[in-house]
Design a protein around this ligand. Structure first.
Ligand code: AMP
Length: 278
C-alpha cells in the first residue's frame, strides 16, 4: 500500500494510472478504522482497479471542539488494517495540506442542512461537503463508497453530486454492527464498559420499531420508542423519528421506503443510528 501525504504526490502517483484508464474507488474516512470501514473497503475493491482510502479528521465538520479534540487517532493500527484489506493507496494529508487559511464554502443542501443532524450539528454538512468535494476534485474517483450508518450524510453527498453534475457513482453500504446490535462507530471506543452496555438501548429501540412496524401506527411506534429511550438508563435522547428515506422528511403514512433514525448521548459520546423499515 502506498501511503501518500501530499496532493502533489497523489497526483503524480495517479496520473499514469488514469492514463491507462484505471477505475478509481474512494473511501473517505476519519480513521480509527473498524469493521464498518473495512466493509466499505471490501465492497470498493470489487468495483475498481485502484482503491484510495483517505484518513483525515476534518476540522470543518466538527461543531463540538470536545469531540474534535477527543477523536481517536490510532494511525499505526489503521495502516495495518488497510494493508490487510489490500487497500492500494492511503491518502493521509495534514490539515495544512487540505486547507489554506482563508477559504469559504457553501453548498445549498436545502432542508437536509436544517433537519435532524443538520439542526443538531450546525455547519456539519457544510464541512462534510467541503472536504468530500476537495477529495473528489483531487482524486476524480469513478466510484465513492459511504456507509448507511450516516444516512443523512449519504443524502447530502447524493444531492451535492446531482447539483454539481459530478460523474462519480455513489455506493451506499449497509451498516455493520457488533453481535449484540450496536452499530460500529469510531466513537464507541470512547464509551466505558457500562456506557457501552447502556448504548445498546439505541439499536434495540430501532429494532423494536422494525419488529412492530406492520402492527402499529407511526405515531404509536415513535411514541413508544421515545418512551423507551427516555427511560433507558445513561441515555439522553436527542431525537428518534420515522422518516421518508428519500429526503428524511417525517413520514405521515407507510407508503414508500421509510427509515427510523435516532441520535442520543451516552455519557459524553453522541451516537447516531438508523434502520430501513420497508
Ligand atoms: P467516519 O470515519 O466515521 O467518517 O466514516 C467513514 C465512512 O464509514 C462513512 O461513509 C461512514 O458512514 C462509514 N461507516 C461508519 N460506521 C459504519 C458502520 N458501522 N457500518 C458501515 N459503514 C460505516
Amino acid at each position: 500500500m502506498e501511503i501518500i501525504r501530499t496532493k502533489k504526490a497523489l497526483r503524480n502517483l495517479m496520473e499514469p494510472m488514469a492514463a491507462s484508464r484505471m477505475k478509481f474507488g474512494l473511501v473517505p474516512t476519519m480513521g480509527a478504522l473498524h469493521a464498518g470501514h473495512l466493509s466499505l473497503i471490501k465492497e470498493a475493491k470489487n468495483h475498481c482497479d485502484q482503491l484510495i482510502c483517505s484518513i483525515f479528521v476534518n476540522p470543518t465538520q466538527f461543531n463540538d471542539p470536545h469531540d474534535l479534540a477527543n477523536y481517536p487517532k490510532p494511525i499505526e493500527q489503521d495502516i495495518n488494517l488497510l494493508e490487510q484489506a489490500n487497500c492500494d493507496i492511503l491518502f493521509l494529508p495534514s490539515i495544512e495540506e487540505m486547507y489554506t487559511e482563508a477559504e469559504s464554502w457553501y453548498v445549498d443542501l436545502g432542508e437536509l442542512d436544517r433537519i435532524w443532524e443538520g439542526e443538531k450539528r450546525p455547519g456539519h454538512y457544510q464541512g462534510v461537503t467541503q472536504i468530500v468535494m476537495k477529495l473528489f476534485n483531487l482524486i476524480n474517483p469513478d466510484k465513492a463508497f459511504f456507509g448507511q450508518k450516516d444516512f443523512q450524510q449519504c443524502l447530502v453527498i447524493k444531492r451535492m453530486i446531482e447539483q454539481f453534475e459530478l460523474k462519480v457513482q455513489l455506493y451506499i453500504c449497509p451498516t455493520v454492527r457488533d453481535e449484540d446490535g450496536l452499530a460500529l462507530s469510531s466513537r464507541n471506543a470512547r464509551l466505558s464498559k457500562k456506557e457501552r452496555s447502556e448504548a445498546l438501548a439505541i439499536s434495540k429501540a430501532l429494532f423494536q420499531i422494525k419488529y412492530d412496524f406492520q402492527k402499529k401506527s407511526l405515531n404509536q411506534l415513535e411514541y413508544e420508542a421515545l418512551n423507551r429511550l427516555t427511560n433507558a438508563p445513561g441515555v439522553e435522547i436527542e431525537y428518534i423519528a420515522i422518516c421518508k428515506a428519500a429526503d428524511l422528511s417525517r413520514a405521515t403514512n407507510k407508503e414508500g421506503e421509510l427509515i427510523a433514525i435516532v441520535a442520543a448521548w451516552v455519557g459524553r459520546v453522541r451516537l447516531i443510528d438508523n434502520v430501513l423499515l420497508s
